[in-house]
Design a protein around this ligand. Structure first.
Ligand SMILES: [Zn+2]
Ligand SMILES: [Zn+2]
Length: 151
């Protein structure tokens, strides 16, 4: 689905959920649809204000909450206990999050069966789902500053 179609679909869903579609809301939706970074409310606020100086922080929080309720974005948890938001991935995904710039990549393939098997037999739980997220530093953020300015 192209970003433009996704943006109008999200706006339709917001409207059906009782949110008036305003220019600031549209800016927030465009941001969340168009980025591959996990964004915190403050970042959404700062980025959104470059296009809509009148954007309010309350609107950002409310819109993000609504989008999360609708299942369009999901919370990504950070080691410091804060969270950011990211477009919900299709299907079962594992996330890799850069703690420096917030870039998110997904990776496939988990071989968790030995672990879940052991945990299941140790605890007596029937385990039917898992959620896995790695933190680290992306290749771009690992570059020394000097090579960044050359590119
Ligand atoms: Zn990074
Ligand atoms: Zn998995």
């Amino acid at each position: 689905m192209t970003p433009t179609i996704t943006v109008s679909r999200w706006l339709d869903l917001l409207q059906s959920a009782g949110c008036r579609v305003t220019a600031p809301r549209r800016a927030i939706v465009e941001l969340m649809v168009g980025t591959s970074r996990a964004l915190g409310p403050i970042e959404v606020y700062d980025l959104g204000r470059t296009e809509h100086p009148g954007l309010g922080l309350v609107t950002v929080y409310r819109t993000l909450e609504k989008l999360e309720e609708l299942g369009l974005i999901e919370r990504v948890h950070l080691p410091d206990g804060c969270h950011r938001y990211l477009r919900t991935a299709d299907g079962h995904q594992h996330l890799l999050l850069c703690t420096t710039c917030g870039l998110v990549q997904t990776f496939a393939g988990d071989d968790l069966d030995p672990l879940t098997g052991k945990v299941a037999s140790d605890t007596g739980f029937a385990i039917n789902e898992h959620w896995l997220q790695f933190f680290g530093t992306c290749p771009n953020c690992r570059k020394p500053i000097s090579t960044l300015s050359e590119s």
